[in-house]
Design a binder for this molecule. Structure first.
Ligand SMILES: [Zn+2]
Length: 316
């Protein structure tokens, strides 16, 4: 197998996925990139993602209502980070929009030019028919003269069989000054590598998620596609509490969010509204928890070990 990014020869090793499948994982040392060789598209089209991602890993598949509410909460953060007030007239496309939480949140705020792309038929029909937001199944279905100002891929780039070719096509769908935002898991995940007792490495790989990028993988991908204006950074979404959780329980716990958790925020709320009278002590404990968590996230991001990679591209 040759690397999907640089085409060098790759090494392979057998690994266990979270749904207990033994698979060949290919590794390109030059790109610090790992991948599976199969195309997960068929299973994704048939709405099978959550079976390997959640059910077979011992997690409950959320009900539709629960899923939609979680999605809306997460979308609030994305909008705060990536959308500006004067984007209202801009053409926005989300690749892998699932049930359309992000696009629906934008539509409700008065954004009228929002589009989705989703290969999962159940989701795609929902976005089209229930949310009344245009949703495509393939880039080929978007007319050639239709170009976008912002394209988002929130946790979807890792499912795309040929990421290099796909990104090239996406770039050609950008208007002048258009932007692409890719958020995807970092292959250099601290739980997998420095906390072997967490058992996280047996949870990390999912059979449908075929690409595992590092910062270096994106640097080489950008160079090979001759992209000029881009940035790549990592962000730690999971808290220090999540590290303790994995070390103690050695299995996943529901976070209701993708790539992040709000455990620390919950703990602080609990302490803050307790009947405990020693307010000074209370304040000190809250401050200690907050600053330790903040420092933990900062250190990981600085060393490029944040669990999310944020790849930002601009067409000038
Ligand atoms: Zn490579």
């Amino acid at each position: 197998m040759n690397c999907k990014i640089c085409e060098s020869k790759c090494k392979k090793k057998k690994i266990l996925t979270r749904s207990n499948n033994r698979l060949n994982l290919f590794y390109c040392k030059k790109c610090d990139f790992e991948y599976f060789s199969h195309n997960p598209k068929k299973k994704l089209v048939l709405n099978k993602l959550n079976i390997s991602r959640l059910k077979k890993a011992g997690l409950q598949i959320p009900s539709y209502n629960e899923d939609f509410n979680n999605g809306l909460t997460q979308s609030k953060n994305y909008i705060k980070k990536y959308i500006k007030k004067n984007d209202k007239k801009k053409k926005i496309l989300e690749i892998g929009c699932s049930f359309g939480y992000f696009l629906y949140s934008l539509k409700k705020k008065g954004f009228s030019n929002v589009y989705g792309l989703e290969i999962n038929k159940v989701c795609k029909n929902f976005v089209n028919n229930k949310l009344k937001i245009p949703c495509f199944t393939d880039l080929k279905n978007i007319k050639e003269n239709v170009l976008f100002d912002k394209i988002f891929l929130f946790y979807s780039f890792e499912y795309i069989h040929d990421p290099k070719d796909y990104l090239k096509k996406l770039f050609s769908k950008l208007n002048k000054k258009g932007k692409i935002y890719i958020i995807t898991p970092n292959k250099r995940d601290v739980l997998k590598d420095i906390v072997p007792g967490s058992n996280f490495k047996n949870f990390f790989y999912d059979i449908s998620s075929v690409n595992y990028f590092s910062k270096l993988s994106f640097q080489i991908l950008a160079k090979n596609l001759k992209l000029k204006n881009y940035s790549i950074k990592t962000n730690q979404g999971y808290s220090l509490a999540n590290l303790f959780q994995w070390y103690l329980n050695k299995k996943p716990m529901k976070t209701n969010l993708v790539g992040e958790d709000k455990y620390i925020e919950g703990l602080i709320q609990d302490i803050r509204y307790s009947k405990f009278q020693q307010n000074n002590l209370k304040k000190k404990i809250i401050s200690l928890i907050n600053s330790t968590n903040h420092e933990y996230k900062k250190i990981l991001s600085k060393y490029n070990y944040g669990n999310q990679i944020i790849f930002y591209i601009e067409k000038r």
